[in-house]
Ligand binder design. Structure first.
Ligand code: NI
Length: 186
């Protein structure tokens, strides 16, 4: 199993807008497969291509129904509001209560070029919005109000000084900043 290193907050690649995928080829399928392995190794629910340094509009996820890939995703409708303690593999060990629309409809294509459209409610809706944020170069820390963002940055710097965060089950003690739960890392 080969995996990528997950890029962490502070890496400039995470702030760039990813480009539309124009060609569905073997390279893209291999990228998706390695991203899936990386996501499982990091114990995350989702992973967007920029998080492994690839500026393509694609993300992978698994909310319990096996690994899925979505390419060139776009939210076409959203409604409601839902609060969730959201985490991110690029900010391991941290999570923030963030309000976003509860229900979204997303449109994109799969690896076989089939168009897919589906509704995501609650956690699925949250994952869709979080991963598309990654494709637009936005991290969840930017979704916080200025005071909470400052506090989060302080916490992150403190965690970095105390040692590298855990990136998987094999790398020792888990990062425990703010009572984190890796199962909430999108
Ligand atoms: Ni994330």
């Amino acid at each position: 199993m080969s995996t990528f290193a997950v890029r962490l907050f502070g890496d400039p690649v995470l702030r760039q807008r990813a480009a539309e995928v124009e060609e569905l080829d073997g390279d893209l399928a291999r990228l998706a497969s390695t991203m899936i392995d990386t996501m499982y190794e990091a114990i995350g629910l989702g992973l967007a291509a920029p998080q492994v340094g690839v500026l393509k509009r694609m993300y992978v996820y698994d909310l319990g129904e096996g690994p899925q890939v979505l390419i060139n995703p776009e939210i076409v409708e959203s409604s409601g509001a839902w609060t969730y303690d959201e985490g991110c593999l690029s900010l391991p060990g941290m999570q923030f209560e963030i309000v976003r629309p509860k229900l979204v409809t997303v449109q994109g294509i799969d690896l076989d070029a089939n168009e897919v459209v589906f509704e995501g409610d609650e956690l699925m809706g949250r994952l869709i919005q979080h991963e598309i944020d990654h494709l637009d170069g936005t991290l969840l820390i930017e979704r916080l109000d200025p005071d909470r963002r400052k506090e989060a940055l302080r916490e992150w710097r403190r965690a970095q000084l105390e040692g590298p965060p855990s990136m998987g089950p094999s790398s020792g003690a888990p990062a425990v900043v703010g009572g984190s739960d890796r199962s909430r890392h999108l």
